[in-house]
Design a protein around this ligand. Structure first.
Ligand SMILES: Cc1ncc(COP(=O)(O)O)c(C=O)c1O
Length: 366
């Protein structure tokens, strides 16, 4: 079976982890600081704050922008639940708007109508590795005096022109094992705002600047030096990993038939955390691919507003037609950098065979 993800660990990561273990300095320390500096440089932001996960990076980015009870944050329901949960953790309320069919990302044309006097921030998700329309979102945020918190958990190294994901407002990255780079578990908040970075650092460590003197109620959202060591081994390889993902995606774009492949706007660098196609009779499609030895993923089978905790909060009757249609059609096929050219050919042959068997989806190029 060709798996949907296959994390790659080399001798660099093993040597760096071994050196951290041998040093005896295991908690957040010099290696975490080094990863923060290198990641900030890679993304192109003055500050980066390492965290225990992408979820805690999102939570800290919201708190760092002063978001709390009574506030509203505009976001989308077509995402991993952590995006919307991070808003709930602060006591604020997510206000959903639908996504664009072509990009799977927030539709900027719908954002302004969702803004109320309580709105404090917009949280676009750069889903599957393609940046949301960040210039449009940043312009709306500027007009209304709102913060921008980009969920960049899937878009390490993605860019619009030469500006990377994570440089508009706060950027929040995940280093979960399947991501374009990993630390095992971990996350990073990037920002150009020194006050947001300071506040995130304070809250990451129980509100403590001076040892055991606590200025506020904070959290333990620290990354360990062991996890940071994995990241220090991975980061120099990220550009190469992303290039390989893009070259596999280029073959899929050119060779897949009977399915809708993901279009990319000119000037956008998509880093294909997932290569997500839209297909006819999706559940049968997945089963047929499995029978041909191709693993797949459905990201995500239920939109956030239909998940149980959100139904309990009263979101269940809201309607997001594009999200709901995409939820029934999307399937992600393997695009990770360790795929061999033969495996890529196997995926292409299997997808084309199954699409011919089940019939093309409406809108697929002939
Ligand atoms: C879009 C999105 N948001 C948030 C997260 C949360 O990141 P983590 O799993 O590191 O907490 C993830 C990753 O799992 C994600 O894909």
């Amino acid at each position: 079976m060709i798996p949907i993800a296959r994390p790659q660990m080399g001798d660099e990561e093993k040597d760096l982890v071994w050196s951290a273990l041998s040093s005896g300095a295991l908690a957040q320390g010099a290696r975490v600081r080094e990863l923060e500096e290198r990641f900030a440089e890679f993304i192109g932001t003055p500050y980066a704050v390492a965290t225990s996960s992408g979820t805690t990076a999102l939570h800290l980015a919201l708190l760092g922008n002063g978001i709390g009870p009574g506030d509203e944050v505009v976001t989308v329901p077509f995402t991993f639940i952590a995006s919307a949960n991070s808003i709930l953790y602060t006591g604020a309320r997510p206000v959903f708007v639908d996504v664009q069919e072509a990009t799977f990302n927030i539709d900027p044309d719908l954002v302004e109508a969702a803004i109320t006097p309580r709105t404090r921030a917009i949280m676009p998700i750069s889903l599957y590795g393609q940046p949301a329309d960040m210039p449009a979102i940043a312009a709306i945020a500027d007009r209304h005096g709102l913060a921008v918190v980009e969920d960049a958990c899937q878009s390490h190294g993605a860019a619009i022109g030469d500006r990377r994901s994570g440089t508009w407002g706060a950027g929040c990255f995940s280093f979960y094992p399947t991501k374009n780079m990993t630390t095992g578990e971990g996350g990073m908040l990037t920002t150009a705002d020194g006050e947001v970075a300071d506040r995130a650092r304070l809250l990451r460590e129980h509100g403590m600047k001076v040892r055991y003197h606590h200025d506020t109620v904070g959290y333990n959202f620290r990354m360990t030096d062991i996890h940071a060591s994995i990241g220090l081994g991975q980061l120099p390889k990220l550009a190469g990993y992303n290039a390989r993902r893009r070259s596999i995606a280029a073959r899929y774009d050119a060779e897949l038939r009977g399915v809708i492949t993901p279009p990319v706007k000119q000037g956008v660098t998509h880093v294909y955390h997932q290569y997500t196609i839209r297909v006819n009779r999706r559940d049968e499609f997945v089963e047929q691919l499995r029978e041909r030895g191709v693993g797949t993923g459905i990201y995500y089978p239920i939109p956030v507003h239909r998940q149980k905790p959100f139904v309990a909060l009263g979101y269940g009757d809201q309607r997001y037609p594009v999200t709901e249609r995409l939820t029934d059609q999307v399937v992600s096929i393997p695009v990770h950098p360790s795929l061999t050219d033969e495996e890529v050919s196997t995926v292409i042959a299997a997808v084309n065979e199954v699409a011919a068997l089940l019939g093309p989806i409406d809108g697929a190029p002939a």
